[in-house]
Design a protein around this ligand. Structure first.
Ligand SMILES: CC(C)(COP(=O)(O)OP(=O)(O)OC[C@H]1O[C@@H](n2cnc3c(N)ncnc32)[C@H](O)[C@@H]1OP(=O)(O)O)[C@@H](O)C(=O)NCCC(=O)NCCS
Length: 161
């Protein structure tokens, strides 16, 4: 299993549903991206979920997103559960593409409203989410192991994604 090389990655990555063979590369990116990474088994559970997507350039997985929806009084509620891009592949639009495609999957499932949690200090992710219309809805104090607060952000995707 290879992770993407750090040289330039021309072109637009392909986005497709994640399969089992992607999980090791995904897990490596997860560990390189988060102080509290998801365990490997957590990703295994989402294989087959339409909102579990990977972006790949020719040589390997550049990033992934895990999104799902749960029933909520008739209108399912979407959740962006995890998103990360390989540290060497950031800043090239991969995260934007993954989020756009995941929101498209959720919209196709009839989702009108999407939520996510983000570290208060994660300015990069927060600005990415704001671009897609996510607004800070509430704060969960000391959500993370290091005592940091989580911001819950919400977006309406009815008709505009
Ligand atoms: C958040 C993350 C997924 C974004 O992926 P990415 O492929 O780098 O994102 P993009 O290249 O599509 O850029 C999206 C926006 O992020 C911001 N951004 C990207 N790189 C940035 C950087 N180095 N510094 C500050 N902002 C940055 C910009 O607002 C950018 O919008 P712009 O292209 O209009 O300037 C990626 O930084 C990552 O994996 N971070 C670690 C994991 C993480 O924090 N995930 C989110 C958990 S809630």
């Amino acid at each position: 299993m290879t992770t993407p090389a750090s040289e330039s990655s021309p072109g637009t990555p392909t986005v497709r549903q994640a399969v089992k063979a992607d999980l090791l590369a995904i897990f490596r990116i997860e560990k390189a991206s988060f102080p509290q990474p998801w365990p490997f088994a957590a990703f295994e559970r989402y294989v087959g979920e339409p909102g579990f997507l990977v972006a790949e350039f020719g040589r390997g997985i550049a990033g992934y997103v895990v999104a799902d929806s749960v029933p909520n009084h008739g209108k399912p509620l979407g959740h962006i559960k995890d998103i990360a891009v390989h540290p060497d592949q950031r800043g090239q639009g991969v995260g934007t593409l993954l989020l756009e495609r995941a929101l498209g999957v959720l919209a196709a499932q009839g989702v009108a409203s999407v939520k996510l949690e983000v570290r208060e200090s994660n300015d990069t992710a927060r600005s990415l989410y704001e671009t897609f219309g996510f607004d800070h809805a509430r704060t969960i104090p000391r959500y993370y192991d290091n005592g940091e607060d989580a911001l819950v952000m919400l977006a309406d995707i009815d008709g505009n994604n």
